[in-house]
Design a protein around this ligand. Sequence first.
Ligand code: BES
Ligand code: MN
Ligand code: ZN
Length: 502
Amino acid sequence: MKISFANSAVPKTGAIVVGVLEGRKLTASAQAVDDATNGALMRAIKASSFKGSAKHSLTVMTPAGRISRVVCMGLGKASDVDALALQALGGRIFSNLKAHAPVAQVLMDELDGCDLKAHEMAAEVALGAKLGSYTFDKYKTKKKDHDGSKLKDFKIFSKSSAKAKAAFEPQDKVCDGVFFTRDLVSEPANVLYPATLAAQAKTLTKLGIKVEILGQAQMKRLGMGALLGVAQGSVHEPKMVIMTYTGKPKHKGAKPSKADAPVAFVGKGVTFDSGGISIKPSGGMEDMKWDMGGAGVVIGLMKALAGRKAKVNAIGVVGLVENMPSGTAQRPGDVVTSMSGQAIEVLNTDAEGRLVLADALWYTNDRFKPHTMIDLATLTGAIMVALGTHHAGLFSNDDELAAELSAAGREVGEKVWQLPMGPEYDKMINSGIADMQNIGERWGGSITAAQFLKRFVGDTKWVHLDIAGVTWSKTGKPTSPKGGTGFGVRLLDQWVMNKLEK
Ligand code: BES
Ligand code: MN
Ligand code: ZN
């Protein structure tokens, strides 16, 4: 779907969308359309139960001339119209019209009591419509099963189309990143395995990102016994992908400066998690195709940052493995040695994500000396028990960083919730025969998983996001259809914008 911007006007044909405020108060555009249709709009509103409340809408069919329909979208109170509300509105407009019209003509006005300028409002609506328009239908081969959209052009009219377009442009690039992540998590595991996922990451070279791919032999040389242990039951060779994006103008002066240090994003990329020998029950196991969600976010985020030419130096590292049971698979009780030198007793082969991240985090910290490391992982079922599907779990060794990410999450509607860490939890993963074991006891499973990761990040500022509950949605939202959400891309992009590009 194309998104385009035009200067304010009242179209004479096709499908028109206008806003109506709480109490059946017409916006300026709605009033103009009402005038152009000899009062058909207000007559229809008065005859209906539509009052202009947020999330409600009323469609008036063929009110006059060649206008096919006018969709009145409820805005609620002007003071409640903020960026997130406008994004949701954009998504709702898309859903409302996708089956009915080839072109949506959305008329935006500045509102008394709303802080946003008309062009900013237009850009937010555009973003929401674009995010909501995502589909993954490449495996639907028959047109009739195809629940696709008729909507080809989403056109937004506002006071300054040039300013609206300029405001949307970087967000459009962020959408490209979100869509890339959604595509990756939606792919089935017979198509997407470590080598093919690495090949997808490799496509980012065309955006100026340097992409290195390590294979099994190189990882063996580096001593990545924890990651390799997970991979050894699969026929698919594990990979580690390192993406380097240098967007910050070089610091002046001869010596490399601390200001040039990158931020690093690290992702769990288990392309299928059967559980290994500690095999999972079969019901719902298909969900484990998206156990590479953390890696998907890191790859999509790198695409977003490079796409919008963010002024930041960022490293993305993803550890890619398939966790399968077989004659060569690792056994419960095996002891592996991680790249850090620390030995791990693998009591449960289904607690594999932390083993992958242990080596990925250590490698990243050791090689790049980042000022901050942020990892993302569909790490524990326990985080879904704790937070459900509306917040990701956040764990950190730095409360200020945690607060920054929480704020960025609220801004973009990708909310995170901090959970505690501490020595009481850390000691729950001490092993009788090795430096640590890969599971704790039954309770606090997300926290002990985070404590495990913490043993591989040194003193570097670090956040771990457990995204198991938010990576895939069975219901969908206006800005995120059912399926892969891409949760994390916008959150981290916003945090980079807020904190690292100043
Ligand atoms: N990938 C799973 C966690 C998961 C569960 C993600 C459901 C998304 C939805 C992870 O590898 C796992 O299996 N974790 C175990 C840990 C346990 C063995 C300590 C879990 O949560 O049951
Ligand atoms: Mn698992
Ligand atoms: Zn897993």
